[in-house]
Design a protein around this ligand. Structure first.
Ligand code: PLP
Length: 404
């Protein structure tokens, strides 16, 4: 009986975090008949089920002990090598002992919080940013400072000023196809950012789960790849990534690259947390990656998402016209839009979300993605898991909810 539980027992740090304002919304996403632009899930039809099944079988046949036994906290060596090969394909030179495997990149973020944040420490995040990061860093007592994002990603000049003003413990960014902003940091800004990190001796955390999901052309190199061109910057850089969006979130395979002293402490904390990321998932992922199937699977995935993104942008323009504004994403899973108030329509995306659910379409209002200064006109629309017909029908429902 939850009523009887003495809530005074809870640790004080829990009072830093509210239950997610959008959790209620997530409950309706799975309801039959609802067209969901809500979740950040990959398209389930894009999973390479046959390839993963083959890899899992081979993991058990060829590496039964590695797959079923406890493993090294830092990760299964052949997987670490495969992850380095993945990064090398994107021009980032990383050695296996410069990364640890984590249980999703979410765990990498948690380990960063655990190893770096003292209560009251300042951390700069983008406005908007990934909701779970806001919650996780707040749990460790961080005071979050927001830096604005425009069509070219984070405003690096504003960031520089905030760094000078607040001397943050670190800066957390999603430079490529941000969640929820969809924005991508330009090459010029990336280089400037690394210079700033070195000059101001500020640690930058690059969260990069979406970089593989481009539509037409590859995004600029990651901060990790570019760090080779900016002397000293690798010492001020943490890179987190994941197989969740390009292969399967169910595997829960992520990783983090960090300067050695930080990586060692993160590995120590991980030991207390889950001892090791599922050995079975790690061996399966290593076998899968060595099979060479990821490339073709990704090509197919990119083509599907590119079509859906285009379909959603066209439908939004056609149906909602100037009542909504957005920048067409170049990759990732999201359209980040704003209600303009044209034709007397509402600018309150929270109220719209409720009306939209009554019409049978769900999306996530933008306000909770801001650590400070919420933009209540913003909304995040995911095009990833609905087909084109559903996307068009969903946008028509959205129109009904907004314009009647
Ligand atoms: C920006 C960002 N970082 C991290 C994650 C966590 O992903 P995972 O733990 O599945 O790797 C997500 C998931 O949606 C995300 O959008």
């Amino acid at each position: 009986m939850t009523d009887a539980f003495d809530t005074d027992l809870f640790a004080q740090r829990l009072s830093n975090v509210e239950t997610s304002a959008i959790r209620e919304l997530f409950k309706v996403l799975g309801k039959p008949g609802i067209i969901s632009f809500g979740g950040g899930f990959p398209d389930p039809n894009s999973f390479d089920v046959a390839g993963v099944a083959q890899a899992a079988q081979q993991a058990l046949n060829d590496h039964p002990v590695a797959a079923l036994q406890y493993g090294a906290t830092e990760g299964y060596e052949p997987l670490r090598e495969q992850l380095c090969a993945l990064m090398a394909n994107k021009d980032a030179a990383v050695k296996p002992d410069e990364l640890i495997v984590t249980t999703g990149s979410q765990q990498a973020l948690d380990l960063i919080g655990k190893t770096l944040i003292n209560p009251g420490d300042k951390v700069i995040v983008e406005g908007p940013t990934f909701l779970a990061t806001i919650q996780c860093f707040r749990l460790y007592g961080a005071e979050l400072i927001t830096v604005p994002v425009d069509d070219n990603g984070v405003d690096v000049e504003a960031l520089e000023a905030l760094i000078a003003q607040h001397k943050p413990k670190f800066v957390y960014l999603i430079p490529t196809y941000g969640n929820p902003s969809g924005a991508t940091l330009s090459l010029e800004r990336r280089k400037r950012l690394l210079d700033v990190a070195v000059q101001t001796r500020t640690l930058v955390v690059e969260d990069d789960p979406y970089g593989d999901l481009y539509f037409d052309k590859a995004p600029p190199p990651s901060l990790l790849a570019l760090s080779a061109t900016v002397p000293g910057s690798r010492n001020w850089l943490v890179h987190a990534s994941s197989l969740s969006k390009n292969l399967s979130p169910g595997l829960r395979i992520g990783w983090m690259v960090a300067p050695k002293p930080l990586l060692d402490k993160a590995a120590m904390c991980k030991q207390f947390s889950d001892a090791n990321t599922s050995s079975f998932a790690q061996v399966t992922a290593a076998v899968y990656l060595s099979s060479g199937r990821l490339g073709p699977a990704l090509q197919a995935m990119r083509a599907i998402y590119a079509k859906r993104a285009l379909c959603m942008c066209d439908a939004l323009q056609r149906e909602l016209g100037d009542a909504i504004s957005f920048v067409k994403p170049l990759g990732g899973l999201f359209v980040w839009a704003k209600l303009t108030g044209a034709h007397g329509a509402s600018t309150d995306s929270g109220a719209l979300a409720k009306r939209a659910i009554e019409e049978g379409v769900a999306f996530v209002p933008g306000a909770p993605f801001f650590a400070t200064h919420p933009d209540t006109t913003a909304l995040r629309l995911s095009f990833a898991s609905m087909n084109e017909e559903q996307i068009e029908a969903g946008v028509r429902k959205l129109k009904k909810a907004l314009l009647g």
